[in-house]
Design a protein around this ligand. Structure first.
Ligand code: C5P
Length: 309
């Protein structure tokens, strides 16, 4: 019998609010964040195979590792261990199709790990529930549980403790991709450095943003977007200042660096405005390329499972 592949689609995220606390003894920073899942997606296909391999296609695929350092492969090993399989001979091959910017601050690597957990759960018929998968996801990385869950959520701890948040209506975004990625630890490190030097200001409380999400008014939400990592991403990549300005000049309500950057996300009034902003921004020469996206969208989900039973 020919083995049937399982494909999982998984969204990118943007942090609408990212309050970064001080560094903890384990090196992580305590966060209060609001994630929103966006309609930029990766697809991960898992197929039973004698030879364990990982193939990556799509934009930026060249810079994604195809060895054991790939977070999706770490997900394979972790789930193999926990289900009494040999992590060296897991008997599966992965294919990743990238639609999420690589090293862009949109949790692309975390998304692939979340998708891999869900796909393997089906391929190996483990019947783990969302909670059990969520706990494994948290072991893999701070953003992996949210990639599994999707929607809009408040994250605390290092970002892995999640509570769903009510977000009325769909929000419309323009996403500006930069030429090169940024390394997340370097951006956190730069924040610590800037804070040591000048007591860098911090974003305020999260409650007003939660109210704006519940109201569904993009204008109100735009006033409250905030990201403590923005200053450090801009410090490491000063050109982002120009990108952020250009998005607002093009008609966006507000622009923000997504997570640790360098991708910038611009909130727009509606879908038509987003298309206009995207067209103008792509002509402004301030970024590699632009995408239009909506949020919230669901988390990782199986999109193909053709097995007969
Ligand atoms: O958890 P994850 O592997 O995605 O984190 C990548 C890096 O980002 C960490 O090694 C750490 O340097 C930084 N980080 C942090 N505080 C967090 C989340 C991530 O300092 N809450």
């Amino acid at each position: 019998m020919v083995p049937t592949p399982i494909t999982v689609r998984v969204p990118a995220k943007v942090n609408l609010h990212l309050a970064v606390g001080d560094a903890r003894p384990d090196g992580y920073h305590e966060l209060v964040t609001v994630f929103q899942a966006l309609s930029l997606t990766d697809e991960v296909t898992v197929v039973p195979a004698d030879e364990p391999t990982i193939e990556v296609h799509g934009e930026g695929a060249d810079s994604v590792p195809t060895g054991p350092s790939n977070l999706a492969w770490k997900a394979v090993r972790l789930l193999a261990e926990r289900s009494d399989r040999d992590p060296e001979e897991p008997g599966v091959a992965l294919t990743i199709n990238k639609g999420i910017p690589v090293a862009g601050g949109m949790a692309g690597g975390s998304a692939d790990a979340a998708a891999t957990l869900l796909a393997l759960n089906a391929v190996w018929r483990l019947e783990m529930g969302r909670d059990e998968l969520g706990a494994l996801a948290a072991e893999l990385g701070s953003d992996v549980p949210f990639s599994l869950q999707g929607g809009t959520a408040l994250g605390t701890g290092r970002g892995e403790r999640l509570v769903p948040v009510l977000a009325r209506h769909t929000f419309h975004w323009v996403i500006a991709l930069d030429k090169r990625g940024l390394e997340t630890p370097a951006v956190y490190g730069e924040l610590d450095r800037l804070r040591g030097e000048s007591g860098q200001s911090r974003v305020g409380e999260v409650e007003p943003l939660l109210e704006a999400l519940a109201s569904g008014d993009p204008r109100q939400l735009a006033l409250l977007l905030g990201n403590d990592l923005q200053a450090s991403a801009v410090s490491l990549r000063p050109g982002l200042r120009r990108t952020l300005r250009a998005g607002v000049q093009a008609g966006a309500l507000a622009g923000i660096v997504s997570g640790s950057g360098p991708t910038c996300a611009f909130l727009c009034t509606d879908g038509e405005a987003a298309v206009r902003v995207a067209a103008e921004l792509s002509g402004a020469g301030v970024c590699r390329t632009v995408r239009v996206a909506q949020g919230p969208v669901p988390g990782a989900r199986v999109v193909s499972d053709d097995r007969a039973d």
